[in-house]
Design a binder for this molecule. Sequence first.
Ligand SMILES: NC(=O)c1ccc[n+]([C@@H]2O[C@H](COP(=O)([O-])OP(=O)(O)OC[C@H]3O[C@@H](n4cnc5c(N)ncnc54)[C@H](O)[C@@H]3O)[C@@H](O)[C@H]2O)c1
Length: 267
Amino acid sequence: MGKSILSTYDAVSFKDKTVLITGAASGIGRATAIRFAEAGAVLQLLDIDGDGLAETIKLCEHDAREHTAHVIDMSSKAKIDKFWDSISDNLPDVIVNNAGIYPMMDYLKVDEAYLKKILDVNMNSAFWMCQNYIAKRQKKGGIIINTSSIEAILPFKRDMIHYSMSKAGIIALTRSLSRDYGKMGFRCNVVMPGAIMTPGTESLMKQALLGLNLSLFKTGYDFKQRIANGNWGEPDDVAKAILFLSSDLASYVQGAVLPVDGGFLSA
Ligand SMILES: NC(=O)c1ccc[n+]([C@@H]2O[C@H](COP(=O)([O-])OP(=O)(O)OC[C@H]3O[C@@H](n4cnc5c(N)ncnc54)[C@H](O)[C@@H]3O)[C@@H](O)[C@H]2O)c1
């Protein structure tokens, strides 16, 4: 007997489901929280920025659902482990590892502490989050969405080697998890954003403006020219893709890497 087939409506409903999102205080994480709330989920939102999280919770409150905010520095394995111990009896059905930083730095100036910070926030956090999740949900399985970047496979901007490397690690992590834990009921996929206008990308642009950084201006211009859609994307464009990958519409999508970049990689 095959699986029972859900209606399209039920396949995208997250009613009675709990969804955890990291980096939910801003940009793509906030937009993702709003979409999941609309689809009926109860949210567990994590970020280092408590004020931003409170604002996201406000935007997600449609009814009496008990969303929770957790202020946590994702670069710390100890804090991640402690968080998972604290929610042992309320484990999420979906986790979205989205928190990330993308500061620019000349490769020749990157030191050990700098590289460690980037890898801890962008890559190791996802490693420890998934490890806790899989260990605690072995009997039930679950859905994992990890956030990479187009820079992982097409390094376009200068001075982002540390970042590209961290985001390539996300792809390897996710596909390996699919391989090892797919049969146990974990469905793991990667969303690969590019050219999305968020507070994070806006601050990069401001840096270029204030520092009169001509080469960064030129990169910005070339970048925009390459977007097949012709315009920057919005955080909600990525949120919708994450919702799809997490939903039953994507029931047979496993270990996939989905670009959400307005066609940047194809142009
Ligand atoms: N915007 C884009 O075009 C784009 C492109 C490719 C990949 N991405 C990835 O998408 C994700 C979200 O990016 P965004 O553009 O929405 O960025 P953003 O800066 O708007 O949001 C990132 C969030 O992560 C949180 N965060 C940062 N460090 C943290 C830490 N140590 N602990 C906990 N939370 C922390 C921030 O407080 C913020 O709320 C990132 O992983 C980024 O690398 C974005």
